[in-house]
Ligand binder design. Structure first.
Ligand SMILES: Cc1ncc(COP(=O)(O)O)c(C=O)c1O
Length: 422
């Protein structure tokens, strides 16, 4: 048996590994705060579940590109609730945005550009096809967002003909959200160098300062493919439904996508597509539900940010999604003297000795010796917290202690750690 070398070299995803480790420790009776796994803690809105039930008997294969009614509904949703104008005939429905991103990575030849502080799966997906990529440097001062000067300087010195930039905002792992002005400047450079942008906007409505986050497609529509889906905004990761939208200028590629879809997944499950129509109708009630979940995440992340920053733990400013990066660079000297000189080693140390699970930054494009970690702040019962939030609205330490005890304890454990080594 001979396995494709690009595939055999892939490691199991760090997120899943840490999840298994946490489950094992919890089964042994250990108390663990799980800051590792990033799944929406909130229940799926009842209207979407009802629609899934109503369509459970539907056993038809649906069109490869997705149900026309759903594609139209996504187009309306993008226009009304995400500020993006995209025609329904250029919207494609797939089994999760992950698969659509992967198929896009398969389709486009060139060098992929990944800002440091990017989602864990982009690089393995590129590697699996033997593709080439370059990590672009970002800094904490800029919330690990790509700056126009870094992009311009890389592209103007590059010998490669074609580039594909992968952007994600609100961001996993940093929680950063690009502003309109930032996108405008990046778009100028993308246009100048004619690069393709894959814009992963799966967390768009989980934005703490606005109803949805800006999109680079509004400044560079002709070169941007936008991705989204049910998993984060609608808390329906297990439904496995995502979408992508091509600009009219890339229309001729749609047949390439359709061919690849038809030879791989055929179509997304029909009951799920019907339930997604309900989601993208985005009734007032559903919109308020999403807005409340974003406010809760905002409150929790602000609490964590304030507590940890006071103890010299570096944090990105949380602006959206369910994540932030936390850093222990200020303790580096001491940690190195204890032979803890990489984020992987420190993540094991924190899990073993403090019962706190964090994912090492090295899985997100950080150098192995940079002591940064992704913290997912969703280790709480979303249903219970949503009920409590409706009564109290204000999220302070008392609220966190009463409703998100694991997060409270995890934060206290990290503070204890800094005191012990400080
Ligand atoms: C940034 C980002 N993009 C894409 C995905 C994939 O989402 P799905 O395939 O569930 O649509 C995730 C899931 O964790 C993500 O965090």
């Amino acid at each position: 048996m001979k396995i494709n070398q690009h595939i055999s070299e892939l490691k199991p995803s760090a997120t899943l590994l840490i999840n298994e480790k946490v489950r094992e420790l919890r089964n042994n009776g250990q108390e663990i705060t799980h800051f590792g796994f990033g799944q929406s803690p909130f229940p799926i809105h009842k209207s979407i579940v009802e629609e899934l039930k109503n369509n459970a008997a539907n056993n038809h294969y649906l069109p490869v590109n997705g149900l026309q009614e759903l594609r139209q509904q996504v187009s309306n949703f993008l226009s009304e609730h995400q500020g993006i104008q995209r025609a329904s005939d250029l919207i494609f429905i797939g089994p999760g945005s992950k698969e659509l991103l992967y198929q896009s990575i398969l389709i486009f030849e060139g060098e992929f550009l990944i800002p440091k502080g990017s989602w864990v799966s982009y690089i393995p997906q590129i590697k699996s096809k033997g593709g080439s990529y370059q990590i672009l440097e970002t800094t904490l001062e800029n919330n690990f967002k790509l700056t126009p000067s870094v992009l311009e300087s890389y592209l103007s010195n590059s010998q490669v003909q074609k580039h594909i930039l992968v952007l994600n905002s609100p961001n996993n792992p940093t929680g950063a959200v690009y502003s309109d002005a930032e996108y405008q400047s990046l778009a100028t450079i993308c246009r100048k160098h004619k690069i393709l942008v894959l814009s992963d906007e799966i967390y768009s409505q989980i934005n703490f300062s606005n109803e949805y986050s800006p999109s680079i497609s509004n400044y560079y529509s002709e070169g941007t493919i936008v991705f989204g889906g049910l998993s984060k905004v609608f808390s329906a990761g297990g439904y496995r439904l995502g979408f992508m939208s091509l600009p009219r200028e890339l229309e001729k590629i749609s047949v390439v996508y359709s061919s690849l879809f038809s030879e791989t997944f055929s179509c997304v499950s029909s009951p799920v597509q019907f339930s997604a129509i309900k989601a993208y109708e985005y009734t007032k009630n559903l919109k308020e539900y999403v807005a409340s979940s974003a406010s809760i995440l905002d409150g929790i992340s602000t609490y964590i940010f304030n507590e940890l920053s006071r103890c010299n733990i570096q944090c990105t400013t949380p602006q959206g999604s369910f994540y932030m990066m936390v850093g222990f660079e200020k303790f580096k000297e001491h940690l190195t003297s204890l032979k803890i000189d990489s984020s992987t080693k420190l993540s094991h140390h924190l899990l073993k000795n403090y019962g706190v699970a964090l994912l090492p930054g090295s899985d997100f494009g950080f150098h192995s010796n940079e002591l940064f970690f992704r913290m997912a702040f969703v280790d709480f019962d979303g249903e219970k917290v949503m009920e409590a939030y409706k009564k109290e609205i204000k999220i302070d330490e008392l609220f966190i202690k009463e409703n998100c005890l694991s997060i409270y304890k995890g934060v206290q454990q990290l503070i204890k750690f800094t005191r012990e080594i400080g």
